[in-house]
Write a protein of this length. Sequence first.
Length: 635
Amino acid sequence: MFDDIQWGEETLLDLIEYAALLSSGAAVLLLCLARNDLVERRPTWPVSLRLEPLRETDVDALLPAGIAAERRREVQRASGGNPLFVTELVAMGGEDAVPPTLQALLAARLDQLEPAERAALECGAVEGEIFHRGSVQALSAGDGVTPLLASLVRKGLIRPDRPQLPRDDAFRFRHLLIRDAAYEGLSKAARATLHERLADWLEERGRDLVEVDELVGYHLEQASNYRRELGESGRSLGERAGERLALAGRRALWRGDERAAGSLLERALTLTRPIKFDVHLEVDLANIVAQVDPERAMAIADTAAERARAEGAESAEALARVVAWHVRVLADPAASLPEFEQLANAAVPLLEQAEDHAGLVHVWYALAFGVANPLGRYEQHAHASEEALRHARLAGQPHFRLFHLDGALAFGPRPADEALRALDAALAGERFPDALLARAFLLALLGRLEGAWEVAREQTERLRELTGKGHEAWLGRISRLEGDEERAAHYFRLFCDTLERHEEASALSTYASELGRSLCALGRYDEAEELAALSRELGNELDFATQALWRQVKARVESSRGDHVEAERLAREAVAVSERTDALLSQGDTRVDLAEVLVAAGQADEARAALEEALDRYERKKNLVMAVRVRAKLG
């Protein structure tokens, strides 16, 4: 089938080895891995090919000419058409009996090695599919591993590869089955000893590796597990392994890889829970798990709280209970925010007395995002976020997030220029896309629209590159400030589509009505009404932004239809919702919409009063753009 294709020797070997790693039955091989242009040159081919077992004639062709006919038939039956089985059997030379399986064949082939060669191969297998000459030297009983590795290369068991450590040589097993066969030849006691020695070597030699903690933790974890299986203690190994895996897990968390962080922290806790109690590891894991399984996250934190209570660790118990409540509040809209706030405030002095800065990060973040944010108390939110940042620095945590300080500054009562300075101070030179989008919005409020657009466009693209989705709502807000409701509707629509694809109902409840406001300004009331209904359906009763926005949109819709009584009722409800918060922008916007409704109803004096109140809010926020626009309406 491939006779007209000029395969390179290395490519052919890679293809054969890859196929051989699969079952001796049908195997799937992606053609793009072999030749980038192959599918383009053969448009009628499928993207993948099914590799059936070799026919008996093909197996026969792989065997040297000197093998007897009866022996050939025996090989054909035993191989099952697997080319790797045939090539490995040929490499063994004069084996009398044909092993029944590929694994048995590989084991038999390794048995033919000299003891020193076998030992070198086993030492390499402990490191993994790719290993280094230095690690084999460190794990071997004697010197002179270089000629042994050269011999293994000549015998086709390993081949040179790119080293991950400077000033070292690396090798790769020709395929994983050889590595597995070499590793399985080691006793559990030998594996435990070699993994521990390799961890010690990596601690010294692999300091420049980014993942050194994960690698060291893995090898100590393996050593500990084998010691326990042998009935030995393994306690100190388990503790060391847990510490390194925890470091690797937190590093993964700080770079935003929460899936890896969760796996590493869970492995760390599996090792250390029987040995010691670490409440910080427990709550870190609970926070990660909360994003996919809130019930399990609450169970982790509640169990940690009970253990802390049993051990008389009052501050640790308080921390764990705050984290459990925070998960509960985020997952259950009916959870009591006053009770949660009281619990978190009571935990602060306990953790301060214990000088537990890492714990205080969790508690202040809970007060910011779990309590103040849903209640629309943005200045309280900003203060709590700033406290979380301060304690994160004192805890030695890297600067990897702002605890939603950016949103609290953008929408809260601090004047835009003061908020901009506070945000820049919190960023401290970091380039967090979400925070920089909030910064662009603050620039727009101050009338610096050109600079706002430059930052917003750049960071939207950067966010899309990093996460696969942008936050076009910021572009919608800036477009609205610029007076371009058509463009604002376009950006809000893009963001709503993203939220719908990702099933983020809570955020969609808010931004559907943001889109509805722009559609009302464009006279597209029927579409706006549908969005107001969606917001009302999805919205949480405690989410002030959604509760105000859907009423604003619905009021404009009813006003357009001449139902001025209903329109005014809804508009005044929206004003009342915003008044329960310190969100000056929302307070201004609800009054602008109320004024529109009152003008349509012929109530000019009351409309003027609403606009004067809106102007007061915009001026206090230093929303210079809307202040100019409202003054023009008053004039």
